[in-house]
Design a protein around this ligand. Structure first.
Ligand SMILES: CC(C)(COP(=O)(O)OP(=O)(O)OC[C@H]1O[C@@H](n2cnc3c(N)ncnc32)[C@H](O)[C@@H]1OP(=O)(O)O)[C@@H](O)C(=O)NCCC(=O)NCCS
Length: 221
């Protein structure tokens, strides 16, 4: 899909400044997906810290790309996505967790994330995919585009940036991701196929939702 908006830059954010992390967290406040709501126990006041810690973790553990809209001399972050290359996974290292997520978890009313979400998530991914295949692939995480800028090709451009990165590898490895049922058609549109899905019990106020695992093979350079 061609970007329907001019002056959009897709940039790798290697070491985000505190100001950029704040801007990302603010941009992500529109998100009301199951993981955000359940992890924050439905408490919006916890969400800025949650988003900030996640973005900081993505920048140290993976490759965090942002979409920036340049207009009248101003720039604004309007979207993001993170790619974790072979051997790296979201929140898999202390270094990632120490970017604010460990402190954030201490503020939660329940230990749902560590005690329930992570074990359920491990079962889901192992049932659908050999853990070795998952570790060896490019894991896509945290794709989001601000509602004002949706349906203009920004997510497609962000996802394409990850594929360019993956293609620099000597060996072509698949891209994989987990998503909700609603976004399966979009990822299919981008060349992903559904590997499997599993019901997961999310903390209140969310409840049970289907989590889907998808894969795209990069067969040609
Ligand atoms: C999902 C999301 C990232 C899409 O961003 P976007 O910039 O609007 O996506 P694009 O404009 O690049 O659209 C890519 C293609 O998928 C299609 N598409 C976009 N959103 C879709 C959706 N929710 N369902 C089905 N198809 C969708 C578009 O029609 C487009 O196809 P086209 O090339 O034929 O027009 C955005 O809606 C979002 O941030 N949602 C909330 C967070 C979220 O759900 N993230 C995904 C986590 S798994």
């Amino acid at each position: 899909m061609v970007l329907k908006l001019s002056n959009i830059e897709i940039r790798l954010l290697k070491t985000p400044t505190p100001g950029e992390l704040d801007e990302l967290a603010e941009m992500l406040m529109f998100r009301s997906d199951a993981l955000t709501v359940a992890t924050c126990a439905g408490d919006r006041s916890l969400m800025p810290e949650y988003h900030r810690a996640i973005m900081a973790a993505c920048a140290v553990g993976g490759d965090l790309f942002v979409a920036i809209h340049h207009q009248d001399g101003h720039k604004k972050i309007i979207g993001c996505v993170a790619f974790f290359g072979p051997g790296a996974e979201f929140m898999s290292s202390n270094e990632q967790r120490e970017q604010g997520f460990a402190d954030f978890l201490k503020k939660l009313p329940s230990n749902w994330f560590l005690e329930s979400f992570l074990p359920q998530y491990a079962v889901l991914s192992h049932r659908v995919m050999d853990p070795k295949v998952k570790r060896d692939a490019w894991n896509v995480n945290q794709l989001a585009v601000h509602p004002t800028y949706q349906h203009m090709g920004v997510a497609s451009a962000l996802m394409a940036a990850g594929e360019v990165l993956a293609r620099t590898d000597v060996r072509l490895r698949p891209m994989i991701l987990e998503c909700r049922e609603e976004t399966v058609p979009m990822y299919e549109h981008l060349g992903y196929r559904l590997l499997g899905e599993e019901a997961m019990e999310f903390a209140p106020p969310v409840g049970e939702i289907q989590v889907c695992m998808m894969q795209k093979d990069l067969n040609t350079r």
